[in-house]
Design a protein around this ligand. Structure first.
Ligand SMILES: *Cc1c(COP(=O)(O)O)cnc(C)c1O
Length: 384
């Protein structure tokens, strides 16, 4: 089966008890046993629930993974992966990561004795140079948040494997429709299914996808032991969302490409970050690694923070909100929102201050471009 077929059918056969065509929401905490220890495969919904199983099978099928595990959030999924590490272990992470991942590594795991070196994963040799004898994991995001930097996943996998370490890829921005890191050598993929996979900004969720059965068992043990699982209704919402992932991603890519071209060279716009633009430093790599360039576009306006704030207030269709990957267009100011937990100096060094991030939705492109043009006009008039 090919991608769009898997999204609709994998793990989603008609319900054996009732014939229900769509996987039911098994809204139950427990399952009745016929005799102590004798049951139909489910005992208690933290350990397993049929709606969650359907989601886990479908997600694994999309990533081309042998195993899938669903979590209550992207960060719960990341925590489960990091539970593989022990005090004294070292992580080499890309520096341009989701702010919550940086917070998790530096403020939750670092005090427990697991240290992280953050490096520019797009610079040749930078990850290799940061590896120490204690390095057990490499962690990258591509395209990254919020600068949309592209990391060569095959190279990262080679560095990790030479060091006897695992490569983890946060594939939230690309989605399995545009990039399947396991096929490029990664060991573990994590997702915030809150974003494109859920796709409708109505649920928070996460997932871990992988091929190695031993690692799967360790992470599944943690999933049950620590308990950060999604409920049946949340699992169902993500499952409902992922059925249309391919059509949505095609529309996101098309609209984001048009938005990036419009902004590139528009008066008042200093820089546009979109891997689909030939001017993007990661363009050629992105073109090799992904069949499309995704739905996220970042930009820098001439005039800095005040101008950026005025621009964001002037947008009417793009909602000023955190998050991304839903059908509706969103705009944000990472320095004050998603990346507020990164220190101001660090934000300055990495070029996050002043940046505006757009999650381009699947509305009609004419309306989106008119909204952006109107906001740029308003800002220019305000500056005169
Ligand atoms: C949102 C996000 C996360 C965290 O996911 P939650 O579902 O909010 O916990 C992790 N990585 C990336 C790239 C994200 O965008």
């Amino acid at each position: 089966m090919r991608f769009s077929t898997r999204a609709i059918h994998a793990g989603q056969a008609a319900d054996t008890a009732t014939g229900a065509t769509i996987v039911p929401i098994y809204q139950t905490s427990t399952f009745t046993q016929t005799s102590p220890g004798e049951h139909l495969g489910y005992e208690y919904s933290r350990s397993g629930n049929p709606t969650r199983t359907a989601l886990e099978v479908a997600l694994a099928a999309l990533e081309g993974a042998a195993h899938g595990l669903a979590f209550a959030s992207g960060l719960a999924a990341e925590t489960a992966v990091l539970s593989l590490l022990r005090p004294g272990d070292h992580v080499v992470a890309a520096e341009d990561l989701y702010g919550g991942t940086i917070r998790l590594l530096t403020r939750v795991f670092e005090p427990m004795g697991i240290t992280t070196s953050f490096v520019d994963s797009t610079a040749p040799g930078a990850m290799q140079d940061a590896v120490t004898p204690s390095t057990k994991m490499l962690w990258v995001e591509s395209p990254s948040n919020p600068l949309l930097a592209i990391t060569d996943i095959e190279v990262a996998a080679a560095v990790a494997h030479n060091a006897g370490a695992l490569l983890v890829v946060d594939n939230t921005f690309a989605t399995p429709y545009l990039q399947r890191p396991l096929e490029l050598g990664a060991d573990i993929v994590v997702h915030s299914t809150t974003k494109y996979i859920g796709g409708h900004s109505d649920v928070v969720g996460g997932a871990v996808l992988l091929n190695d059965t031993g690692l799967r068992d360790s992470i599944a043990f943690y999933q049950n032991a620590a308990g950060g699982v999604p409920g049946p209704f949340d699992s169902w919402l993500v499952l409902r969302g992922l059925k249309t992932l391919s059509v949505r991603m095609r529309a996101h890519c098309e609209n984001a490409g048009a938005v990036a071209s419009f902004l590139d060279g528009a008066s008042g716009v200093e820089a546009v970050y979109y891997p689909g633009l030939t001017s993007h430093p990661g363009h050629e790599l992105a073109a090799r690694q992904m069949p499309g360039f995704g739905g996220m576009v970042s930009l820098r306006l001439t005039g800095g923070k005040e101008t950026a704030h005025a621009f964001l207030r002037s947008l009417e269709l793009f909602s000023l909100a955190e998050s991304l990957g839903g059908i509706e267009s969103l705009a944000s100011y990472p320095a004050d929102m998603t990346h507020a937990s990164v220190s101001p100096e660090e934000r300055e060094r990495r070029g996050i201050n002043g940046l505006v991030r757009l999650s381009v939705g699947i509305e009609d492109i004419e309306d989106l471009l008119a909204d952006l043009a109107g906001a740029l006009d308003t800002v220019r008039r305000g500056q005169r």
